[in-house]
Design a protein around this ligand. Sequence first.
Ligand SMILES: CC(C)=CCNc1ncnc2c1ncn2[C@@H]1O[C@H](COP(=O)(O)O)[C@@H](O)[C@H]1O
Length: 292
Amino acid sequence: MDTEADLFYRQLPKVELHAHLNGSVSFETMETLIKRKPHLNIEHSMTAIRRGQRRSLDECFQVFKVIHQLVDSEEDILMVAKAVIQEFAADGVKYLELRSTPREVTETGLTKQRYIETVLEAIRQCKQEEVDIDVRFLVAVDRRHGPVVAMETVKLAEDFLLSSDGVVVGLDLSGDPTVGHGKDLLSALEKSKNCGLKLALHLSEVPSRRDESELLLNLPPDRIGHGTFLHPEVGGSDSLVDKVCKQNIPIGKSFPFHPPNSKITYLKYFFKHLNIFFYILLTILFLISVLS
Ligand SMILES: CC(C)=CCNc1ncnc2c1ncn2[C@@H]1O[C@H](COP(=O)(O)O)[C@@H](O)[C@H]1O
């Protein structure tokens, strides 16, 4: 059951700057998709990571493969995109930046062009139905597909930037962060920036990506996905952190350190949040004095 706090946070107006379309499919929508395609023998456990469950990055990307099997036609995309937008709106999100990687599926006749058009149609229908949310779309480049596909995707995104009446605003770089190197995608990203597309880049999502992050931060991006390992304490550098702070780049889902795995880090955390511990201590002392 919802607590008072749940209701408060739901009603609080919010912006969502990091939503992957196929990473935002709810349990209910997934159920409809699974029922639509019984021949795939897909179970719920294969499409979701439950709260508290630990999965490797590889396992997470396997989940996306399963979801892609379920969402492989214009009909699926329209249904999923509308549901995702409506659910974000019901959660109090007033501004949503949705991103998705256009895919081709020969069996269903889906093309990359139609993929984007269908997402835009879902956004249009939600607007027409007066769903209380402002949605923008970012066309995503999957880094696993290399520089040629990246450049094709940029061209597609540029066409939609000009024709979508302000709904397509940018390019997202995502996909398995352990595959490939950002330097190979640099010319596509530069072209994208030069034609007026905003850049949302996943970077420093895994350790040992310092050089790549330096390069990508020089573009610079307008949004950062994760940035988990930018900080020097986890193998990043002061220069990376400095670039992010000086350019004021919003980071989606990042952590000052990850994970806090040394005693020194725990101590630093303790001292940084000493005031909170002090308030907790005062509350406990107050309660003891009232109850005794
Ligand atoms: C849980 C987990 C793996 C962390 C999220 N970190 C991510 N890092 C990079 N790319 C991602 C991430 N989550 C989703 N994506 C991208 O978004 C796609 C799914 O959404 P879509 O099909 O583009 O609509 C994935 O195939 C992947 O390319």
